[in-house]
Design a protein around this ligand. Structure first.
Ligand SMILES: Cc1cc2nc3c(=O)[nH]c(=O)nc-3n(C[C@H](O)[C@H](O)[C@H](O)COP(=O)(O)OP(=O)(O)OC[C@H]3O[C@@H](n4cnc5c(N)ncnc54)[C@H](O)[C@@H]3O)c2cc1C
Length: 454
């Protein structure tokens, strides 16, 4: 990276890092993306991003933003056999075993694997003239000036044997290193106050196995996925998805309930789901991977916006700022929303003001956090702060979903909010409330569920 011109460094080449690099390429002369993994053109799960083994649904809002940042991506993926459909008709959504009424929503659902999506974004980001990558490189720490009030670059070190640590000067450093971000520790090292954190402990385990198609019986057909969302009355969940070249089944259990990572145990767990069609589809299918597990103890929201004086020249994005229980499928979309915020705060010759950036980032994180953390707190064993709003939402949303089983307008309202297209207030509009309380189908008790999406 040249010493001349304005430099930006992005720490981490996951979804948030790639989206940040895309946006910063419009504003900086040079953008260096640093990642500890050997990235190459890999289309499979990476060592430092092990969540890539598991199904990653891209919510409608995330799809809209990513397609705008990378025009033609949907067509490119579709041409490579990635299934595409409508969120309301191509997915079966089940809560407590009850399916939402299928209805067209106009919201596009596209189903690449997470590593494939990352590969396609990485190819496009690599092709941007200002962007270069430092792969297989560890981030060692920040460079600072003015007694720690300004970040002026980073220290990095290639993982190759004998490589020396080197300093990279930058006008802006964006931390997109994911949930394990070191920024809170770095700021503490600069003598800044502790970054306040909110946590909701859910003790979740995902286990995923891929299968060769065709499935027999096949509950998906030419659709995209069958989604069984955990609810307090039925707390095991799963997504069975059709990908470009295979089927993938992610099972999950919460509060210490762990889907086994041996095939017989995996299938036994699948047999206990509230949606029997999922087990029926895979029990005779040929597995093409060994089941692999990922443990996710808690959602974590780091409240950078509350710091009185965050250092200039350092911003935080993606899971590094806010990591959500993955069952709601929000992480990549929130990374995209954060990249949009980054775009609004940067521009040629413009220096972002961290305080204002973090305030705006907090605004876009509010709704997904309310849906995911709030939803988790509907499970009596989940640990976190239950506000009145959380309790009211957890009483209302299950009723909405029950009514949506017989009402396409309610299904659409729910999916637009869960897809982060509409704000949570949209499901509280008078027309929706009226249908939920007075016009919905009778019979069947609410699922008393927590989940919003899957
Ligand atoms: C099991 C599971 C399922 C999920 N399902 C979904 C889903 O359905 N939909 C969805 O939208 N989201 C899902 N997510 C969340 C999603 O993976 C993330 O929210 C999203 O990818 C954004 O992550 P990120 O880029 O911020 O961090 P990451 O993807 O974790 O990327 C961080 C990058 O930083 C690099 N890095 C970290 N530390 C260092 C260091 N010290 N030096 C050098 N490099 C470093 C890593 O190599 C990595 O490439 C899921 C997560 C999990 C765990």
């Amino acid at each position: 990276m040249s010493a001349g011109g304005r430099n930006a460094v992005v720490l981490g080449a996951g979804m948030a890092g790639l989206l940040a690099a895309r946006v910063l390429a419009d504003a900086y002369d040079h953008v260096l993306v640093v990642d500890r993994d050997e990235l190459g053109d890999v289309a499979g799960p990476r060592r430092a991003a092990p969540q890539g083994h598991h199904i990653h649904g891209l919510l409608a809002r995330g799809h809209e933003i990513i397609e705008r940042l990378f025009p033609g991506l949907t067509a490119e993926l579709t041409a490579d056999d990635v299934p595409v459909g409508d969120f309301g008709t191509s997915l079966g959504w089940y809560f407590g075993g009850r399916m939402l009424q299928r209805t067209r929503t106009g919201l596009t659902c596209i189903s690449p694997s997470r590593p494939m999506l990352e590969q396609r974004l990485r190819r496009r980001v690599r092709a941007l003239p200002p962007v270069s990558f430092a792969e297989a490189t560890d981030i060692k720490g920040l460079l600072t000036a003015d007694g720690g009030r300004r970040v002026t670059g980073v220290r990095i070190q290639a993982r190759a044997a004998g490589a020396a640590e080197r300093e990279v000067a930058a006008a802006l450093v964006v931390d997109a290193t994911g949930k394990g971000s070191r920024t809170p520790a770095w700021l503490a090292g600069l003598g800044l106050p502790k970054v306040p954190e909110e946590r909701v402990k859910i003790d979740l385990t995902y286990t995923t196995c891929d299968f060769r198609g065709p499935l027999d019986p096949d509950p998906i057909g030419d659709g995209v996925a069958e989604v069984c969302v955990a609810t307090p009355s039925s707390p095991r969940g799963a997504t069975l998805a059709r990908l470009a070249d295979r089927y993938s089944l992610s099972l999950y259990g919460i509060l210490g309930d762990r889907p086994p990572a041996d095939l017989p145990g995996f299938l036994e767990f699948a047999a206990t789901l509230a949606v029997p069609a999922i087990h029926a589809a895979v029990r005779g299918a040929e597995p093409i991977t060994t089941p692999v597990s990922f443990h996710y103890p808690a959602s974590v929201r780091r409240r950078y916006e509350t710091l009185a004086a965050p250092p200039a020249g350092l911003l935080v994005l993606g899971d590094a700022a806010c990591s959500f229980n993955p069952i709601y499928a929000q992480g990549m979309t929130v990374a995209a929303l954060g990249a949009e915020v980054l775009g609004r705060h940067t521009g040629p010759g413009r220096e972002p003001w961290p305080k204002a950036f973090f305030r705006d980032l907090a605004k876009v994180n509010d709704a997904p956090w309310a849906l995911a953390a709030g939803g988790d707190l509907g499970f009596p064993g989940a640990e976190g702060r239950r506000t009145l709003a959380t309790r009211l939402a957890n009483a209302y949303v299950p009723r909405l979903r029950t009514a949506a089983a017989g009402d396409s307008a309610l299904t659409e309202a729910f999916l637009r909010t869960a897809g982060l297209v509409d704000p949570p207030q949209a499901i509280m509009r008078p027309g929706v409330l009226r249908k939920v309380f007075f016009g919905g189908r009778s019979g069947g008790s609410p699922d008393t569920a927590a989940g919003a999406a899957a």
